[in-house]
Design a protein around this ligand. Structure first.
Ligand code: SF4
Length: 567
């Protein structure tokens, strides 16, 4: 573990903002006025977030800290003096997206010499620092994910004070003068490689929440990170090298944040972690958790005795009550789970806690044991199916989604066929699939990337076509049913209706009677939200129901989403 001083990026004051620098407060004693320095115009910032929910949550913190410093948020990249890019490195394409924008960023910098670009997220790994400037020439400052809490300090903005009462991420005003001293990032060594150490992230998160420096994207559904980093050994994955070993947040701090979110009116909370169901194994043992002792069924054994786990956390958040005595958090989700830690305790907690939504994302990655072995996943398909059978037995109708990598090193046609068979057996609601792309520095780069790109593409298309059929069939099973939907989106009106929301390909056909075929009643608009099974549901109704949980009778379905009417 090493710590260090915080080199500061020199920020040239941007041209005076169109609405002019913030007026200096009138001094009580006129003699003092003489010495008041001119306020430096603070940069208008814009955050570009790529990748997973954890990145979205991290971006909410970075934006919150910049707002707490008095910076205004720019409406877009072109209007910003400070651009923060929160990268994803899980696939080559994700990094290529940012590399491809270096020219545009350079042009913006030529037009606005005060513009500064910060790059953070999983593309910034300690051991690759030397190459970063070559790959991202328009970037001024590189921050590893664990260095993000230092953003304000590294920009030299720490001295700037935001208007008091900015408001905590959960709406409560922040105590006057509550500048948050950053907890300094550090690195540790994994397999001889210097990687981020997330030891300080729990503390900086608690500080950000307490001081209101979390700018949440949504007012109805909130991300709540509970564990940082990853201890697993997947050979294709960059995360252990970019985010370091697993570090859980203290149990009570997580429950407190959930309680505060509920008090602020949030209807849904999603607990976050690269391996959310590994929560707690690194926390100190406590007598109050003496009943927690279940051993892992696969993977590396760990000592869980008397340490809180995800099951314990779920039960604690589920037990929170609102002023009416009802569930304080009506909808509780968690992502991303790993088959190693899908324990009986967790399954029972999900089945017994009414706030837990009936949806589970459980990446499998391949349907073949040999491929799983080469991937370093350390479980078998038999184990995976046994766990899934356990949870489907406990929660009938639970929606299951997964991740699959196609064309991993050495994958034969027969091994790929095993993956297709697994999809036909399990019949997932949703599959997020991608072709394997070697990530620099991962153990898999020592294996030959011997599946030709054309074969990877052809297999991926075959898999997606199969899953589209399965997904459509699963959705047809929901025709006529009533879904409980948290309405969180006002859809833009459209002339004609051939494309589904979210850029999905036009559905081959819609099964059922399309509720949007007829003109909408006066005053009604198109809305969308997610069911407890995490299905995307389109509906019509008064805009005032955004933020509410409503019952929707499903009248029509496509392969990727449902359509319905207010029940
Ligand atoms: S579990 Fe595997 S795939 Fe997931 S973040 Fe960890 S190393 Fe990566």
């Amino acid at each position: 573990m090493t710590s260090r001083h915080l080199p500061v990026l020199d920020l040239a004051p941007p041209a005076v903002a169109p609405d002019g620098p913030r007026p200096a407060a009138a001094a009580a004693d006129a003699r003092v006025a003489e010495f008041r320095p001119v306020d430096q115009a603070l940069p208008r910032f814009w955050v570009w977030t790529l990748g997973c929910q954890m990145n979205k949550s991290d971006s909410e913190e970075m934006a919150g800290r910049l707002l707490a410093t008095g910076c205004a948020e720019a409406p877009g990249m072109e209007a910003a003096d400070l651009i923060v890019i929160n990268t994803c490195a899980i696939r080559e394409a994700a990094e290529a997206k940012v590399i491809g924008r270096q020219g545009a960023l350079a042009a913006l910098k030529a037009a606005n010499p005060a513009l500064r670009v910060v790059l953070t997220g999983c593309a910034v790994r300690e051991r690759d620092r030397a190459g970063l400037r070559r790959r991202f020439p328009a970037v001024d400052l590189f921050l590893r994910p664990d260095e993000e809490p230092e953003l304000v300090e590294r920009l030299g903005l720490a001295s700037a004070q935001g208007p008091v009462g900015l408001g905590s991420g959960n709406g409560a005003p922040n105590p006057p003068g509550s500048a948050v001293a950053p907890r300094t990032a550090a690195t540790t060594v994994v397999k001889g490689v210097a990687v981020s150490a997330a030891d300080h992230l729990a503390g900086s998160r608690a500080d950000a929440v307490a001081s209101g420096a979390v700018r949440r994207e949504s007012a109805v559904a909130a991300w709540l990170p509970i564990i940082y980093g990853c201890d697993k050994t997947c050979t294709y994955c960059i995360v252990p090298f970019s985010r370091g070993p697993e570090r859980s947040r203290p149990f009570d701090e997580v429950v407190d944040e959930a309680r505060a979110l509920a008090a602020a009116g949030y209807r849904e909370i999603t607990l976050l972690g690269q391996n959310v169901n590994s929560y707690g194994h690194d926390l100190p043992a406590e007598a109050r958790f003496a009943h927690v002792a279940e051993a892992r069924r696969a993977g590396r054994q760990i000592d869980r005795a008397s340490r809180p786990d995800l099951a314990e956390l779920i039960r604690a958040i589920d037990a929170l009550r609102g002023p009416d005595g009802g569930l304080a958090v009506p909808r509780l989700r968690f992502i991303t789970s790993h088959p190693w830690d899908l324990s009986d305790r967790l399954v029972d907690a999900m089945a017994e806690a009414p706030s837990v939504c009936a949806a589970l994302h459980l990446p499998v990655q391949s349907g073949d044991d040999e491929v799983l072995h080469r991937m370093g996943r350390q479980y078998s398909i038999a184990h995976y199916e046994e766990r899934l059978g356990r949870i489907r037995g406990a929660i009938p109708g639970i929606a299951v989604s997964t991740d699959v990598i196609v064309g991993f090193c050495g994958e034969t046609e027969a091994q790929f066929a095993s993956t297709l068979r697994l999809l036909e057996t399990i019949r997932y609601e949703q599959v997020f699939a991608a072709a394997y792309s070697p990530r620099p520095g991962t153990p898999a780069t020592r294996l030959p990337d011997d599946v030709p790109a054309a074969v990877k593409k052809e297999r991926l298309n075959r898999l997606l076509a199969l899953q589209e059929e399965i997904g459509f069939a699963r959705n047809r099973e929901r025709l006529g049913s009533v879904a409980s939907v948290l309405v969180d989106t006002l859809e833009r009106p459209r002339g004609h209706d051939h494309a589904e929301e979210g850029g999905e390909p036009p559905p081959p056909t819609l099964a059922g009677r399309d509720p949007f075929a007829a003109p909408l009643p006066d005053g009604w608009v198109r809305l969308a939200g997610r069911s407890r099974e995490n299905r995307l549901v389109h509906l019509a109704g008064p805009a005032a129901i955004v933020g509410s949980i409503v019952d929707v009778r499903i009248e029509a379905v496509g392969p990727y989403s449902l359509r319905g009417v207010l029940a």
